[in-house]
Design a protein around this ligand. Structure first.
Ligand code: C2O
Ligand code: CU
Length: 511
């Protein structure tokens, strides 16, 4: 069925006249399939999306290639093999963890059909993390669409304007901590860097089906707190403080840290040739863990973060918060080398291997010296000249205080815990065309990787362009962005448990 047919079915199902406004709204919301439970509702139902992005057609970004990249994603329970005899019952897209990587060329239009086969009344949706999509394609129920209920579907359609390393995941409850995630790579048709190959490295902290479920973990954290009666499910003794994070590394003691869906005892292996220049695309899809990543025997040239180029810097390791991405070039040596993701403050590691020659694989717990060399953090980076924001005065400044504590697990913004049933209460408002300054002021004792949907901000005045920035305890990070993508956009901590506990807010366009 093509888009036009689907829209007629949708309109027929709603029993409304195909007025121009309704038709535009249906376009912007994608196309409902099956039982139509995701259809937009014109009746003023409080669950229905609204706002500038929901009422207009998605404005196509410039420079479309005209090419359409179609894919389907079926969310369903699955038993997945994590290697070394470890299997886990989880939820996954098409039975794989991570889900199949999506690869586009900038200017292509992605058409992704989500089908929900999750159990019971479990709704879901797909969020395209870091992509400046039209608001109605952002995948955040109930703000930008209805939850897609079991048996129903939803079609996401948007043009991938900006090349880079992204990922996608659901944005319902703590579903990020299941197996439903994958890398989304947008290639540059005029790629300025020279390299021979690339390797996508997706990191994830794993508990689902091994140590309860994400929902039970959320319950344990919010009822007992990490220092309370959470018992063996949570790790609140604080013993594993991280110097880089200036405090605790998180509250959840994960049984595994995965690289590309594998446990360290049976690692994913990249096979290449000595001397090859390889672009690493590192994605942290974890929920409560920041990783320090190094490739034993190699130096990294950091080239991008969160999809955007930076002035190149040499490093031994990079610190990757949840939701952050780093690209780095490496020139491969001859032999077998460990790519290690050290779970900051948790004293555990994830592992993958690079093999270009003979040699025995290193032990599963190997910790290459590079982990303790020069570590790149986002604040050390400068945006590449062509992606710097033009100089302009701030039109509006919002103070975003990151509040709450590990014991009470009352994570919040400006002391207010976000309520998904009333998402627009206390929204930070902006107007189209404004230069917006956000002062992210962490007054808590834990780090928070703060992520803004639909936009890329700049750190300071010439720092990296990013969509997710780690804010250390008792520090303030100032970011600036141009308000150029109308809608209601989430601003939240990408620790999924912090976000669900209440560390979220909306950045809303008003006219
Ligand atoms: Cu990875 Cu609100 O997103
Ligand atoms: Cu947080």
């Amino acid at each position: 069925m093509n888009a036009v047919d689907r829209r007629s079915v949708l309109l027929a199902g709603l029993g409304v006249a195909a007025g121009a406004g309704v038709a535009a709204g249906a376009d912007a919301l994608g196309s409902a399939t099956a039982t139509g439970t995701t259809a937009p509702n014109a009746s003023g139902d409080p669950g229905a999306p609204r706002g500038p992005g929901a009422s207009g057609s998605p404005a196509p970004k410039s420079g479309g290639t005209g090419a359409e990249h179609r894919l389907s994603l079926t969310a369903a329970p699955a038993t997945v093999d994590l290697g070394a005899g470890v299997t886990a019952r989880t939820w996954a897209f098409d039975g794989r963890v991570p889900a199949r990587e999506v690869r586009l060329t900038a200017g292509d239009t992605l058409v992704a059909e989500l089908a929900n086969r999750l159990p019971g009344r479990t709704g879901t949706a797909v969020h395209w993390h870091g992509m400046a999509v039209p608001n109605a394609m952002d995948g955040v129920p109930p703000v930008t669409q209805r939850e897609v209920l079991p048996g129903a579907g939803f079609t996401y359609r948007f043009t991938a304007a900006t090349p880079g390393t992204y990922f996608f995941h659901p944005h319902v409850g703590v579903q990020l901590d299941t197996g439903m995630y994958a890398a989304l790579i947008v290639e540059d048709p005029r790629e300025p860097m020279a390299y021979d190959d690339e390797w996508v490295v997706v990191l994830d902290d794993w508990l689902d089906g091994i140590k309860g479920t994400p929902d039970r973990m959320l319950q344990a954290l919010t009822s007992g707190g990490s220092g309370g009666s959470g018992g063996e499910e949570t790790d609140g003794d604080g013993s594993g403080d991280s110097g880089l994070l200036r405090g605790a590394g998180g509250s959840v003691a994960y049984p595994y840290h995965l690289v590309n869906g594998r446990v360290p005892a049976d690692p994913d292996t990249y096979a290449g040739k000595p001397g090859a220049r390889v672009r690493l695309r590192i994605v942290n899809a974890g929920s409560d863990t920041a990783y320090r990543v190094a490739l034993g025997g190699h130096r990294l040239t950091v080239t991008h973060t969160d999809g955007y180029p930076v002035e190149h810097q040499e490093a031994d390791a990079v610190l990757v918060g949840m939701g952050e991405r780093y690209d780095a070039l490496v020139t491969l040596g001859d032999g077998v080398f460990p790519l290690v993701a050290l779970a900051e403050g948790k004293n555990r590691t994830g592992l993958a291997l690079v093999r270009t020659g003979k040699g025995a694989a290193p032990a599963a717990g190997v910790r290459p010296a590079e982990l303790n060399g020069r570590v790149i953090t986002a604040d050390l980076l400068t945006a590449a000249e062509d992606v710097r924001l033009r100089a302009a005065p701030d039109d509006v400044t919002h103070l975003v205080r990151l509040t709450g504590s590990m014991d009470r697990y009352d994570w919040s913004i400006n002391r207010r815990r976000f309520d998904m049933r009333d998402p627009r209460a206390a929204a930070f408002t902006v107007r189209r065309g404004q230069r917006v300054r956000l002062d992210l002021k962490n007054v808590s004792e834990m780090f928070h990787p703060m992520h803004l949907h639909g936009h890329t901000f700049q750190l300071g005045t010439s720092g990296a362009r990013k969509d997710t920035v780690t804010v250390l305890p008792h520090r303030t990070v100032t970011v600036r962005l141009d308000a150029d993508n109308p809608g209601d956009w989430l601003l939240h901590c990408h620790n999924v448990y912090h976000g669900e506990a209440g560390m979220m807010a909306l950045l809303s366009y008003v006219s």
